[in-house]
Design a protein around this ligand. Structure first.
Ligand code: GUN
Length: 285
């Protein structure tokens, strides 16, 4: 029976620590850190994620400014809002919730966010800094949250066979680089991978980020593996992950639950990135 990697509990520790640091700076007379959150359209899942992020900001003392644009909003309108926030000295971070409606080019939006405010870490300059292993950029929130979670439980990735299922821009690709920077032996699988099971079975650390409910079955997991589930989907009205948790937990050494695993860690990483942007802007540290 695996040890649960409790993202909720670890988040609590990190967020309390962050709140103390922010409180101390406020006592010295510094302004609040602030995050601008932009949501385009009415996707129900995105609305939940954005609400969670804003609530988490408020709890640690980060101001969140919310911009809700209609589904049919012109790309130009969104770009001019981002440019305005780029120039606003009171705004430390800018987050545009993805996915965007089909008529908006997400890459153009991401590239418009000033890299020093790109707390999602999606701007090519920040992605480039990740590949260059430079600390001055922002690491995308889910990969960073997973790194913190593993560190908290003392799980060292160096030399480990690590298989990542999913090669997307938000999780799989940057996570592959992040783990490679920590000297893991990384295999990244995607829809063209010929024999997924071969790669998952080889993994000391298995991370799945596909959004396909229960893709990872127990016969695909090595005995004693560390299993990290990034997926969130609905199955029979229930929120489930990419991993068949009930069966896989009997085989794994450590496993994240869904919900309560990676999700809260992603939000915690966003708070940490926003605080980093704030300190950079104020010339602190
Ligand atoms: N949609 C899914 N994950 C993310 C994320 O980390 N940031 C943003 N902006 N949108 C997302």
């Amino acid at each position: 029976m695996a040890t649960i990697l409790d993202g909720k509990e670890v988040s609590k520790i990190y967020r309390e620590r962050l709140k103390k640091e922010i409180d101390q700076l406020r006592e010295k007379g510094y302004r609040k850190p602030s995050l601008a959150v932009i949501l385009v359209g009415n996707d129900p899942a995105s609305q939940v994620y954005v609400n969670n992020k804003r609530k988490a900001c408020s709890k640690v003392g980060i101001e969140s400014l919310f911009y809700h644009l209609p589904e049919d909003c012109k790309e130009e309108k969104l770009l001019s809002l981002v440019k305005e926030l780029n120039e606003n000295p009171e705004v430390d971070g800018i987050l545009v919730q993805l996915p965007l409606p089909k008529h908006i080019n997400p890459q153009r939006v991401i590239e418009t966010i000033r890299p020093d405010k790109d707390v999602d870490g999606f701007h090519p300059e920040n992605m480039g800094k990740l590949i260059a292993n430079l600390d001055s950029g922002f690491i995308p929130c889910t990969p960073l949250g997973i790194k913190i979670l593993l560190e908290h439980y003392g799980i060292d990735v160096q030399g480990k066979d690590t298989t990542i299922v999913g090669a997307g821009y938000i999780v799989g690709k940057p996570l592959s680089v992040l783990l490679l920077n920590q000297n893991a032996t990384v295999t990244t699988c995607h829809i063209y991978t010929k024999d997924l099971k071969k790669h998952t079975l080889n993994a000391d650390i298995l991370i799945s980020a596909t959004g396909v409910a229960h893709l990872i079955k127990e016969d695909m997991v090595k005995e004693g593996a560390v299993v990290i589930d990034v997926g969130i989907s609905k199955k029979d009205g229930k929120i489930v992950g990419d991993v068949d948790f009930e069966k896989v937990k009997e085989k794994a050494s450590y496993i994240t639950p869904v919900p309560g695993g990676v999700g809260p860690m992603t939000v915690t990483a966003l708070l940490l990135n926003t605080f980093k942007a704030y300190k950079n802007h104020l010339g602190l540290d």
